[in-house]
Design a protein around this ligand. Structure first.
Ligand code: NAP
Length: 312
């Protein structure tokens, strides 16, 4: 009987490690839980979870002896922690090991978008450079005013990097933080009004749904650039698309979207949008560390030891 059920799209290497360490059984997603026999479901004590499909009360109730959901990823908004608490189920995540990669993508998105690097590469490849000459001038990023919406582990790494780019750093969080002189705003609209670029690095989930509201987008304005590496849910996407279409917002550089990977097709048609396919933590090195931390949490739970990175 299996104690550990690995749910989600694991790489061959991660799957092999889960199988070797825990004799794990695998399911592609939570929707397949109902296909297991009652005995197989009753044997499960640990779920190694990967993916963004909701894992809520219904899924938990199919696993009556579940004790831990070890999430692969720092953002655990797919997991209903309130439902887990009500059932005495522990949840763990994989913080810190991915901070650098996600911050790299945030800063890369800002540079790539602001300096129009994709259009410039197309300019060269298409022969325009030789035929028409210099690529049209774009805008300076270093030294600008940047706002970080969510100064947590990843937000701080983004701020550190942009401070090295001589940017003036502003931020919003629920409380003022100890910083090297960065400017605190108690309200996301005030933050957006004070900056040229707004980088969203807050958590996903119900509490932050639409925190980048129409008012925030308007405050950022026609010269502003919105960068989002958090979750699609944090942005009012309808307001964002409308503002990009009308020019009320200068541009957006996005790693995350609602309904990934089937994102709103209007994004593809907009020239003032730079798109990444939710690849913030997507390096070989970091994904190995995330998977190892997930397995250490499963192992600790099965041994009755302290969990390394609990969230509840
Ligand atoms: P973290 O250290 O927990 O920081 C989260 C930030 O969100 C904090 O500043 C926190 O504010 C703020 N926050 C939390 N709840 C809030 C609420 N209800 N209202 C307003 N602000 C709230 O998390 P992290 O490790 O930096 O990760 C942040 C997020 O990045 C993850 O949750 C995930 O969604 C996303 N992420 C994306 C990728 C990607 O591939 N694009 C990869 C990894 C993570 P306080 O300081 O006031 O507590």
């Amino acid at each position: 009987m299996t104690e550990t059920l690995a749910i989600g799209p694991y790489t061959q290497g991660d799957a092999a490690a889960l199988a070797e360490e825990f004799s794990a059984k695998f399911l592609p997603g939570p929707a397949e839980l109902g296909g297991l026999t009652q005995d197989a479901r009753a044997a499960v004590r640990a779920v190694a979870y990967k993916g963004h499909h909701a894992f809520g009360a219904g899924e938990m109730d199919l696993l009556p002896n579940l004790g831990v959901i070890a999430n692969y990823g720092v953002g655990y908004d797919a997991i209903d922690v309130t439902a887990a608490n009500a059932r005495g189920i522990k949840v763990t995540n994989t913080p810190d090991v991915l901070n650098d990669d996600v911050a790299d993508v945030a800063v890369g998105l800002l540079l790539m978008h602001g300096r129009k690097m994709i259009a410039a590469a197309d300019w060269a490849r298409s022969g325009n450079w030789a035929a028409k000459g210099e690529f049209p001038l774009n805008r300076k990023i270093s030294g600008g005013r940047v706002g970080i919406l969510g100064l947590g582990r990843i937000g701080r790494e983004i701020a550190n990097r942009l401070a090295a780019f001589k940017c003036e750093v502003h931020y919003f969080a629920r409380s003022e933080k100890q910083t090297p002189g960065w400017i605190y705003h108690a309200d996301p609209v005030a933050l957006a009004a004070a900056v040229d670029y707004l980088v969203v690095a807050t958590v996903g989930g119900a509490a932050t749904q639409g925190i980048v509201s129409k008012a925030v987008i308007e405050a950022l304005g026609p010269k502003g650039i919105l960068v989002n590496i958090s979750r699609g849910t944090t942005v009012d996407e309808a307001a964002l698309i409308a503002a990009l279409e009308s020019g009320e917002l200068g541009g957006a550089a996005l790693d995350v979207f609602l309904n990934e990977p089937n994102i709103d097709p209007r994004f593809y048609a907009l020239p003032n949008v730079t798109i990444q396919p939710h690849q913030g933590s997507g390096t070989v090195e970091t994904r190995l560390e995330m998977a190892a931390l997930q397995r250490r949490n499963v192992a600790a739970f099965l041994k009755g030891a302290a969990l390394e990175t609990p969230v509840n």
